[in-house]
Design a binder for this molecule. Structure first.
Ligand SMILES: *[C@@H]1O[C@H](CO)[C@@H](O)[C@H](O)[C@H]1NC(C)=O
Ligand SMILES: *[C@@H]1O[C@H](CO)[C@@H](O)[C@H](O)[C@H]1NC(C)=O
Ligand SMILES: *[C@@H]1O[C@H](CO)[C@@H](O)[C@H](O)[C@H]1NC(C)=O
Length: 479
């Protein structure tokens, strides 16, 4: 029954409007993307590029693979003696940025796909939506332009961006000063450099329900696991990472901040599995709350450097109460994983504001939940599945959460204005077309702006649907 239902919705969506599923939350709250703009479905790479680039509100549906590969270029660079792209399954390094040191051998000509290094520029006010798991960007990523805001990327697969070449391209980069960014239910694989990277000025964003699939034959550390996963190193970064699936990656999953730079991270309910390398890497100045995550077969849940950062907190105890009205969640680390460090400077947590996530899970439920919901193919699954599905129990946490520590000096964010309180609760009044309008535990408006009406999908999710559309009438027969 559930399969038929999804198949029906998918089939319909390709011929009619597809909307953002769910509502942005956490540090990316407030993102509405293209809002209620009429959906457009580009058919060529050029059309897609032109629709993305300006600040006009647009809902852009990706219904196929946009393949940018095929045109090659060559450039000088280097190879690593101890992890060679030629003989050990390593990566080449394009250009001379990484070519210092006795371990590097010059290579006069490296062939790469010309499209990889320059991602598609993305302006403000965009919903970029993969439809039915079919929206694929192959060979080129997306670059959210400096100070662009209000961008939703949902259900899109990023792949094959010069995976054999460091500096061959990033999948998704944020140029900085970006706010209201929601990156949800996407898949990242086979990329030369970072799957997601935010640089320079810092951004406010939520990464949720994404798959970071590091399986590769060309790894910078020659172990079959992609090293360059996520890096947020700008000033005053504010990121929520919720319910993402990290697997077969070996580094920077994620890298939080850089020494001396102030930033905030909330990583909750993520699932880390089969990693020959490290998950969290953190730097002094980053304020990181790491809670309710599950680690299975992860060599290093946190780096030695993260262990030196007092504000890298994975055992927050009661310090979450002031911000979230609940204790911090315990993380779950299985016997096949290394140690997850925790600093004791929890004072920053009370300043996090209303960024908690809508569906807070005990770590014992994270593996099953994430595995049933990650990536483009599971988009909509959470809304349709019963949340009471028993989670497969994973190993109970062995470290009890510690009591709240004594308060430390207040952390003063280095920007002029603290971020406006994030609207976790939807505003009063009628909900907009395609917004949630009901469901167990939902506290927002239950009426919809005309002509939409609130349609119950199941006990946990109701949505504002255009009452005069064929879609609504068809849905009426199903729900
Ligand atoms: C689109 O984005 C720009 C730049 O962020 C913003 O100023 C503008 O108000 C937005 N337009 C609409 C219609 O939302
Ligand atoms: C992912 O990692 C696990 C553990 O190292 C390994 O057994 C598995 O084969 C890897 N997956 C792929 C597709 O390589
Ligand atoms: C609602 O559906 C009608 C009929 O299909 C259409 O004319 C109208 O533009 C739609 N309104 C919105 C907001 O999508």
């Amino acid at each position: 029954m559930r399969f038929e239902l999804l198949a029906f919705i998918t089939a319909f969506a390709t011929t009619s409007a597809q909307a953002v599923v769910g509502t942005a939350y956490g540090y990316g709250a407030g993102a509405t993307g293209g809002g209620s703009a009429a959906a457009v479905t580009p058919s060529t790479n050029e059309e897609l590029a032109s629709l993305l680039a300006d600040d006009t509100p647009r809902v852009i549906l990706l219904t196929k693979t946009f393949d940018f590969t095929g045109k090659t270029a060559t450039g000088a660079g280097c190879d690593k003696k101890t992890c060679s792209a030629v003989s050990n399954g390593g990566q080449f390094y394009l250009g001379d940025l990484s070519c210092g040191g006795s371990d590097m051998t010059p290579v006069s000509s490296i062939t790469y796909d010309a499209a990889g290094p320059d991602a598609l520029p993305v302006g403000s006010n965009k919903s970029i939506l993969g439809v039915g798991g079919k929206g694929v960007l192959k060979g080129k990523g997306l670059s959210i332009q400096k100070n662009a805001n209000n961008v939703i990327v949902q259900g899109v697969e990023f792949t094959t961006i010069n995976p054999q070449i460091v500096w061959g391209g990033d999948a998704l980069d944020l140029q900085g000063g970006n706010s209201k960014i929601w990156i949800d239910h996407n898949k990242f694989s086979l990329t030369g450099r970072m799957f997601v990277v935010s640089h320079y000025e810092g951004s406010a964003a939520t990464l949720s329900n994404n798959e970071f699939d590091g399986v590769t034959t060309t790894s910078a550390v020659c172990n079959g696991d992609h090293y360059w996963t996520i890096m947020m190193i700008g000033k005053n970064e504010k990121w929520t990472l919720d319910k993402n699936y990290f697997h077969n990656v070996s580094g920077r999953a994620p890298k939080l901040g850089q020494d001396g730079v102030n930033s905030y991270f909330h990583a909750i309910n993520n699932y880390f599995e089969n990693m020959n390398g490290h998950a969290f890497d953190a730097y002094t100045g980053s304020n990181s709350l790491i809670e309710g995550n599950a680690f299975v077969a992860v060599t290093q849940p946190s780096t030695d450097h993260a262990a030196t950062v007092s504000t890298f907190v994975s055992q927050g105890g009661n310090a979450c109460s002031a911000a979230f009205g609940r204790a911090c969640l315990t993380n779950s680390v299985d016997g096949g994983s290394g140690k997850l460090a925790s600093g004791t400077s929890t004072g920053f947590i009370s300043k996090l504001g209303k960024i908690d996530v809508p569906n807070v899970l005990d770590a014992s439920k994270v593996a099953a939940h994430v595995k049933g919901n990650f990536g483009p193919k599971n988009l909509g699954a959470a809304a349709l599945a019963a949340p009471t599905t028993p989670a497969t129990p994973i190993e109970a946490p062995t470290t009890p959460s510690e009591p709240a520590t004594t308060p430390e000096a207040p952390v003063v964010p280095n920007e002029p204005a603290a971020p406006a309180p994030i609207a976790v609760a939807p505003p009063a009044g009628a909900a907009k077309l395609y917004a949630q309008c009901g469901g167990s535990g939902f506290t927002g408006p239950t009426s919809c702006e005309a002509p939409a009406t609130c349609v119950k999908m199941n006990d946990w999710y109701s949505q504002c649907i255009n009452s005069s559309s064929k879609f609504r009438r068809a849905l009426g027969r199903y729900f």
